[in-house]
Design a protein around this ligand. Structure first.
Ligand code: SF4
Length: 296
């Protein structure tokens, strides 16, 4: 299930993957299609894949059709229970034929997904069927908790000696050859709502090689990086509403080393806001911004 819309730089496509996780062969197919059929690939503040400047809409629709849900179902990264719930709840929501698209979070008790803007927050101690009944019966409602906002990052050892490798993508943007590399690796990959990705179950040597390739491409493995504090919407030239090139301005802010979390937007629509408390820069003209605190 792929959502398309017309952007200033051509057709764009969103893919919502339950729990954000693609298994190896699925990851290979999804990223190979992205590399072959579109332009810039990114991960959004809802953990969705966004492919811009799609060259062949029907070919991408066919390639991605089996891999997404109509609804955005987030899950605590690296939690098998949350992922299993997310997949089942996404399936139930899709089958239920609800009149609108929902954003639902499955938190395993960590409190990370609870910080997200959601229609409904569910926990793994509630069965997927009961969870669906609660969403449909009581109506969706969730107040965000202030909780942690730092995503899993860096070298994350597993009990069997393998490694999960987690990197933040500055502004959510995949470096030009990353989709191709992920397609070739064919390893499980999780996309997170913190604009990061996790490559799972890598032998140590492969993880070490991946870091050597990805770090020079700009993927962030350091929890102290300013890129964990700076986000933005698309801005100019990709969005026709934008009053400034917010990504370029965000890069300048990141290189200056911001003292607090900031989010830049190109107009009052306020796309891509992160969770938690942050200082928002809203463009009113090229390079000119007004600021206000947002979030909890
Ligand atoms: S906030 Fe405005 S400029 Fe930024 S992506 Fe949304 S509509 Fe475009």
């Amino acid at each position: 299930m792929v959502d398309f819309y017309d952007a200033a730089d051509g057709p764009a496509a969103f893919l919502s993957i339950p729990g954000g996780r693609l298994e190896g062969e699925d990851a290979a197919r999804v990223f190979a299609a992205a590399a072959a059929l579109g332009g810039e690939l990114s991960v959004t503040a809802r953990g969705r894949l966004l492919l811009r400047s799609v060259g062949d809409v029907e070919a991408l629709r066919a390639a991605w059709r089996e891999h997404g849900s109509r609804h955005r179902v987030l899950a605590t990264p690296r939690s098998a229970a949350a992922l299993s719930h997310a997949r089942e709840i996404a399936r139930l929501l899709d089958d239920a034929g609800l009149p609108r698209t929902l954003t639902v979070g499955i938190d395993d008790g960590t409190g990370d997904v609870a910080t997200q803007r959601l229609h409904a927050l569910l926990t793994t101690d509630v069965s997927p069927a009961e969870a669906l009944a609660r969403i449909v019966g009581a109506g969706p409602a969730h107040r965000r908790s202030p909780g942690p906002v730092t995503p899993p990052i860096g070298w994350l050892p597993l009990e069997d000696g393998r490694v999960d490798l987690a990197g933040v993508l500055p502004l959510g943007i995949f470096p030009p050859r990353l989709a191709e590399l992920l397609a070739a690796l064919a390893r499980p990959v999780t996309l997170t709502p913190w604009r990061s990705l996790i490559i799972h179950d890598l032998p140590e040597g492969d993880a070490d090689a991946a870091v050597r390739i990805l770090a020079p491409w700009g993927v962030v493995f350091d929890a102290g990086s300013p890129w964990l504090k700076v986000t933005s919407c698309v801005g100019r030239p990709g969005c026709a509403h934008a009053l400034s090139d917010v990504r370029a301005d965000a890069a300048r802010l990141a290189s200056a080393g911001p003292a607090e979390r900031v989010h830049l937007i190109g107009c009052a629509r306020g796309c891509g806001r992160p969770s938690g408390h942050f200082l928002e820069y809203e463009a009113h003209a090229e390079g000119e911004y007004e600021t206000a605190y947002r979030g909890m």
